[in-house]
Ligand binder design. Structure first.
Ligand code: SF4
Length: 378
């Protein structure tokens, strides 16, 4: 049990000279269990969750069987911010976070008194990897007059270096507000998301050149051909995708908002440009509609991610069971760093509460395009 296949994944990191360098990182993807093994592990996990006063908090991009178990046992399936909020407000004293490391760290930053366990502490993210704190800090120091705004997909140290952390429904609103106040911005780490926000707000932003290996791989040319094959399909895209892909989208939004948009739309078929893990919840929301994954750079062996995050895939039922059984893979965040990071996270949460952002989809894609332009990624 717990056999793994190692996958090497390329990711980018900006250099001091202004170009980008390609690095490689490892993802250890567990081999699937037999159905008998799976049933046994699920039963063990359910018993452990009760015995350990624990709750399973899963991201939309994790294995559907993990998402189903989180739902069945009173946990949650959500985007990264909602995962952290759920964890913070949960009565359970142990949070079992199924996702990638920065999600576990965010949960710990907001809930320092709770025990946060993960399936694998090496489950990372190309945005987090491509934005090391030291280099990012030096980059920020060059523009000391600018406000530092970072996306949630960053380490606790980068969050502590930032003035604001943004995610989901609030990213555009915060940048727009900062722009109105005359503030110039440093944005990190996702260049596509930064470009999208810059375009929508007109804010003065200097962008760190990171990218998500999953969304960066959606290709505009292939998408255009795919749309011709499926002329009735509406395109739903996550704004970590390249601008040329977003230009073809009917709705641009976070994971949660894309699910809502599919539900509210009159379209019967969707081409979806985000990690295919979202199909579990999206199909639940629209059981009779057809979901197609947007084309990536290659097929099977030649694509980097094939629209499936290899680090999210490091989460398995067996590894979650082991973490809870042994109390292993606990997330620890240095208190001084946590105190710095919680300030920038709380700024966003306070702003969000003041704004009371409440986006409702209408079903009219043109109208929703305008509506969701205020919605950032998860
Ligand atoms: S899907 Fe992209 S942004 Fe999300 S964890 Fe994987 S690499 Fe990071």
């Amino acid at each position: 049990m717990n056999q793994e296949v190692t996958k090497w994944v390329d990711y980018i990191q900006p250099t001091k000279a202004g170009s980008v360098k390609i690095y490689q990182a490892e993802a250890k993807v567990p081999v699937a269990l037999t159905s008998e093994e799976e049933e046994k592990v699920i039963a063990e996990l359910k018993a452990l969750l009760k015995a350990e006063d624990a709750v399973l908090v899963a991201h939309y991009y994790t294995d559907p069987r993990i998402q189903a178990l989180a739902e069945e046992t009173g946990g949650c399936v959500a985007d990264s911010l909602e995962m952290a909020r759920f964890g913070r407000d949960a009565k359970a004293q142990t949070l079992v976070v199924a996702g990638v490391r920065f999600m576990g760290e965010t949960a710990k930053i907001l809930s320092p008194e709770k025990r946060v366990l993960m399936a694998d502490l090496d489950a990372t993210c190309s945005l987090d990897l491509g934005c090391p704190e030291e280099e990012f800090s030096q980059f920020c120091d060059q523009y000391s007059d600018r406000t530092v705004v970072v996306y949630a997909n960053t380490s606790a140290k980068v969050k502590a270096r930032a003035d604001w952390v943004v995610t989901s429904a609030i990213g555009l609103d915060i940048v727009r507000e900062l722009d109105r106040a005359g503030e110039k911005i440093i944005w990190g780490p996702d260049k596509h998301l930064g470009h999208y926000i810059q375009e929508q707000t007109g804010a003065d932003m200097i962008l760190w050149q990171g990218s998500c290996i999953v969304h960066d791989e959606f290709k505009a040319d292939s998408l255009a051909l795919f749309r011709k094959e499926h002329p009735d399909a509406a395109v739903l895209a996550h704004p970590e995708s390249p601008a040329s892909v977003l230009a073809q989208a009917d709705v641009i939004g976070s994971t949660s908002q894309l699910i809502k948009a599919a539900q509210a739309s009159t379209s019967e078929r969707f081409i979806v440009a985000t990690d295919r893990g979202i199909f579990y919840k999206m199909q639940q929301a629209v059981p009779h509609k057809e979901l197609l994954i947007a084309p990536t750079a290659g097929e099977s062996a030649t694509c980097k991610s094939c629209a499936m995050c290899p680090w999210m895939a490091m989460n398995s039922l067996a590894k979650l069971r082991d973490a809870l059984k042994l109390g292993s893979n606990e997330i620890k965040v240095d208190e001084a760093i946590r105190v710095g990071a919680v300030k920038s996270l709380n700024r966003m949460l306070d702003f969000s509460e003041k704004m009371s952002v409440n986006v409702q989809a209408s079903g009219d894609l043109l109208q929703d395009q305008r509506l969701f332009q205020h919605v950032g990624p998860a």
